[in-house]
Ligand binder design. Structure first.
Ligand code: HEM
Length: 140
């Protein structure tokens, strides 16, 4: 958080400091390698992405590069990509757990935190959009 002239906190919208394209590639490759080996998440990914795995990794590098480095290389629709997948709150928790572990292992605390906070926010909005998770709207 930065401070404006009036002393109010304003969100930082500049690229993440110290993050490089190489770091993003390492994060994506290491994380999805672990995802594939996970007994719960692995089968969902391999079924949905059979024959398109390297394409998925490239898309995910573009996605994180757009977020962290403002490269605008990603222009997909994350919500739409997750419709039709058998997802629930536990799977999202596991996804985040693996992501956090990977980021903390690979990066210095500030950079790790940058990715983790964003992944948490996006996971939350994906879950709201999919109607799952603690904040999902439930009709009586
Ligand atoms: C349980 C959690 C999750 C599962 C099982 C999951 C699974 C998947 C799968 C199978 C795809 C490929 C869809 C396709 O191309 O057919 C995909 C795409 C994608 N996922 Fe997830 N995902 C999860 C959570 C997340 C989270 C938390 C994020 C963001 C932080 C995320 C970001 C994306 C993006 C950006 C794409 C690419 C969409 C596109 O093609 O433009 N996912 N995910």
């Amino acid at each position: 958080m930065a401070h404006s002239a009036t002393g109010r906190s304003i969100p930082i919208i500049t690229p993440a400091e110290g993050v490089t394209e190489e770091m993003i590639r390492e994060l994506v490759v290491t994380f999805y390698d672990r995802v594939l080996k996970d007994p719960d998440l692995g089968p969902i990914f391999s079924k949905a992405l059979s024959g398109r795995w390297s394409e998925h990794l490239a898309i995910m590098v573009d996605f994180w590069s757009s977020i962290a480095l403002r490269t605008a290389r990603y222009s997909g629709k994350p919500q739409a990509a997750h419709f039709g997948l058998p997802l629930n709150e536990q799977l999202f928790s596991r996804w985040l757990e693996l992501f956090e572990g990977t980021a903390r292992e690979l990066f210095e605390p500030d950079a790790a935190e940058f990715f983790i906070v964003r992944a948490q926010r996006i996971a939350e909005s994906l879950q709201i959009g999919l109607g799952i998770g603690p904040k999902a709207l439930r009709l009586p």
